[in-house]
Design a protein around this ligand. Structure first.
Ligand SMILES: Nc1nc2c(ncn2[C@@H]2O[C@H](COP(=O)(O)OP(=O)(O)OP(=O)(O)O)[C@@H](O)[C@H]2O)c(=O)[nH]1
Ligand SMILES: [Zn+2]
Length: 340
């Protein structure tokens, strides 16, 4: 269904589901009322793999071999639709050149990697939806690793429900131990993923899931993506054009892994403001800590004395105590802003 480019069929489908069927309140900025939205029972499920100026690249059924280009149905208003979103699409689903389907539904997100331009920017942006993991790509040298950036990425990952993995490139240039020691108490998986390192372990970890990659320019992220997704450059061109014939290198793009699953490259992220994140969001990522903070007084920010003299995190011991200390270190990053 939907693959029928026949004009009449298309027209009748349009008639049936066109946004003009939706009763809207008159006046500027009017939005359809939820109860008046068409049900779109025939919508086909897909995943957003690219976004470019009002056009979304979607793969039907999550199958990289069934790409289409879609617009956002008017009834969705300005609902953000981002890479990784699971959507319902109707209309021309043939995927033929110059065809355009419509996204009529955006499903609830399981995870969100969010950022703001800086810590005071009230507008949060979702970098990628529904990614299970975040690979934080850091070079061990050239450029030297910066703890602050990793901390900020960790905060964003924990708060958004993604499992972070620290991926270290340029392992031929420096020893990782000193840098990684800072993160021991977080139980953060660390992998050496330099040019000459074996990627089997990483590949096994990420196959069949959706994994976002983030990293500062020059760390070797492209080198890594190209090893994970042979032909990544071509794939990027194919999915990021989304029908407009132009590649914008500043947008996130999902690339299919050969063994199944997706990596989402996130180029052009220059800042990683965390304005929208609370201590509670980060603590929630650790089961031992989130259980403990149930005993905190109301309004506790979990930073410990002097701000929070009765924080329950101070009553922990052993491994949880060390973890609480490490998480508080991350929370301190919330109060600073550093360009990514
Ligand atoms: N010594 C060493 N150099 C590497 C390694 N991986 C990548 N490089 C080099 O580091 C430079 C940057 O690599 P890219 O893969 O282009 O880095 P990137 O992070 O994608 O950077 P942008 O393209 O600027 O976003 C290149 O000159 C690579 O050859 C590595 O494991 N060891
Ligand atoms: Zn507390």
């Amino acid at each position: 269904m939907g693959g029928d480019a026949d004009g009449n069929a298309l027209l009748s489908r349009r008639r049936q589901y066109d946004e003009s069927d939706v009763r809207v309140r008159p006046g500027k900025g009017s939005r359809p009322r939820t109860k008046d939205r068409p049900a779109h029972l025939d919508a086909v499920e897909g995943m957003v793999v690219s976004v470019d100026r009002g056009r979304w690249g979607v793969v039907l059924g999550g199958d990289p071999h069934r790409p289409i280009v879609a617009m956002r149905a008017r009834e969705l208003g300005r609902t953000p639709i981002v890479v990784g979103d699971r959507v319902g699409v109707v209309g021309d689903l043939s995927g033929r050149p110059d065809t355009l389907a419509r996204i009529v539904r955006v499903h609830d997100r399981e995870t969100v990697l969010r950022r703001t331009a800086d810590d005071t920017d009230p507008f949060e942006r979702i970098v990628v939806a529904n990614a299970q993991r975040l690979l934080i790509v850091v070079a061990l040298a050239d450029p030297p690793p910066r703890t602050g950036l990793v901390e900020r990425a960790l905060v964003a990952a924990y708060a958004g429900g993604l499992s972070p993995v620290l991926c270290l490139t340029k392992s031929d240039l420096a020893d990782p131990d000193e840098f990684t020691a800072q993160f021991t108490d977080l139980d953060l998986p660390v992998m050496l993923v330099g040019r000459d390192d074996d990627l089997t372990e990483l590949t096994e970890l990420i196959t069949d899931s959706v994994t976002a990659l983030i990293g500062h320019s020059g760390v070797g992220k492209s080198t890594l993506v190209n090893r994970l997704v042979p032909d990544a450059d071509r794939a990027t061109g194919e999915v990021s054009g989304v029908g407009k014939g132009r590649h914008t290198s500043t947008q996130s793009v999902a690339l299919p892994l050969p063994g199944g699953g997706w990596v989402v490259d996130t180029p052009g992220i220059r800042s990683f403001g965390l304005a929208h994140i609370s201590a509670e969001d980060v603590v929630a990522a650790f089961s031992d800590l989130s259980a403990a903070v149930e005993d905190c007084p109301r309004g506790c920010t979990h930073l410990g004395p002097p701000a929070d003299p009765e924080c329950a995190l101070d009553g922990l011991d052993g491994k949880s105590q060390r973890r609480a200390h490490a998480v508080r270190g991350l929370l301190a990053a919330l109060t600073e802003n550093e360009a990514w």
